[in-house]
Design a binder for this molecule. Structure first.
Ligand code: UDP
Length: 330
């Protein structure tokens, strides 16, 4: 009898991590999730409650030891755990460095000691700052706020472990991922969560600026497929950008969702356009997006009840929540 391969997903109770768990289970992997349930949520894994091949370790990545037994016999490690969002990172930069940089180092050390076959790091496109578009992998790195810096330093640590210790590690810089289970609580941000709750409550969509700004939205299951390919390739020490390679405007999103709008001020340091150059990932990993924006938005609308308990934002609460954003970013 052949043994099932074992994978670790840190942040497996989170948005993208939980989709990674689903894909790995479909591929016949046993999965160990490491999640402290600060950002992650039980309901993201509720559909796998009785799955005997899923083990959930409720702990922080900061508590992972170099010889952690969780890493025994592990083939692949997918590292999604971390903290996100702009404003809280401006308020608590040391916390972001601790979790996103030192936490990543803990995972690298455990992966190194266990001799895993591959680790894949969930990196962020935010490190590119206000970038040229379409943005290739070798674009200059220019983080605009502590979250972006911390994710970039985590990525640099991965590449350092590859160089110094020969750890097989790759990283994927995610542009605007969306899909079912996209975060519903916590800080203001992630436009889908904001708009879907507004739609549920028949409140106007809070459109930033004139809504003509564009984002390279990529559906979450396409992201998970890329991470699988990044583990399964003989390549290592590589970084790839991932988006749909096709920016969509906020006005287009509003049109697909349908509903009234209210306009709110443009935020400092926000790019007018994000757009991943996906030629490298397409070539190296034979990856291409499969879910169109129209289909993706339809899937979101079909699962809109998921956002029932999400916070409802309006222009006033957004103004209060983004005070530091306007103060510190330019
Ligand atoms: N956005 C918006 N209204 C909101 C929140 C976001 O129009 O209430 C827009 C925002 O201007 C940006 C896009 O949605 O162009 C994506 O914003 P998000 O915060 O999700 O991601 P990021 O800005 O990091 O790309």
């Amino acid at each position: 009898m052949t043994m099932k391969p074992i994978s670790i997903v840190t942040g497996g109770a989170g948005f993208i991590g939980s989709h990674m768990v689903d894909l790995l289970r479909d591929q016949g992997h046993r999965v160990r999730v490491i999640d402290d349930f600060t950002g992650g949520h039980e309901k993201n894994l509720a559909h796998r409650k009785d799955d005997p091949d899923l083990e959930v370790a409720r702990k922080s990545i900061l508590d992972v030891a170099p010889d952690d037994p969780l890493f025994e016999g592990v083939k692949w490690v997918f590292h999604f755990a971390g903290i996100g969002d702009i404003v809280p990172s401006i308020q608590a930069p040391a916390e972001y460095m601790n979790v996103n940089v030192q936490g990543t180092v803990r995972i690298l050390e455990a992966a190194r000691h266990a001799g895993v076959e591959k680790m894949v790091y969930a990196a962020s496109s935010s490190g590119f700052g206000l970038a040229e578009t379409p943005t290739p992998e070798d674009h200059v790195i220019q983080p605009q706020y502590p979250y972006a810096l911390s994710k970039n330093l985590g990525e640099q640590a991965c590449m350092h472990w590859h160089k110094v210790y020969g750890l097989p590690v790759n990283s994927i810089r995610i542009f605007n991922a969306y899909g079912p289970r996209v975060r519903t609580t916590g800080a203001y941000g992630a436009v889908f969560g904001v708009f879907l709750k507004q739609k549920l409550e028949s409140k106007p969509f809070t459109v930033v600026g004139d809504g003509s700004q564009t984002r390279d939205f990529i559906f979450v299951t396409d992201v998970a497929r890329a991470f699988l390919a990044a583990a399964d390739t003989p390549l290592s020490g590589e970084s790839w950008n991932i988006g749909a390679g096709k920016p969509e405007s906020i006005n287009r999103l509003v049109e697909l969702l349908g509903g009234p709008v209210v306009y709110i001020p443009k935020r400092p340091g926000e790019p007018d356009c994000t757009w991943a150059d996906i030629r490298k990932i397409s070539r190296d990993l034979n990856w291409a997006p499969t879910v169109s924006f129209e289909d993706g938005v339809k899937i979101m609308l079909d699962s809109i009840e998921h956002w029932r308990d999400a916070p409802l934002w309006d222009p006033e609460s957004i103004r209060d929540a983004t005070k530091e954003w306007f103060e510190y970013l330019s």
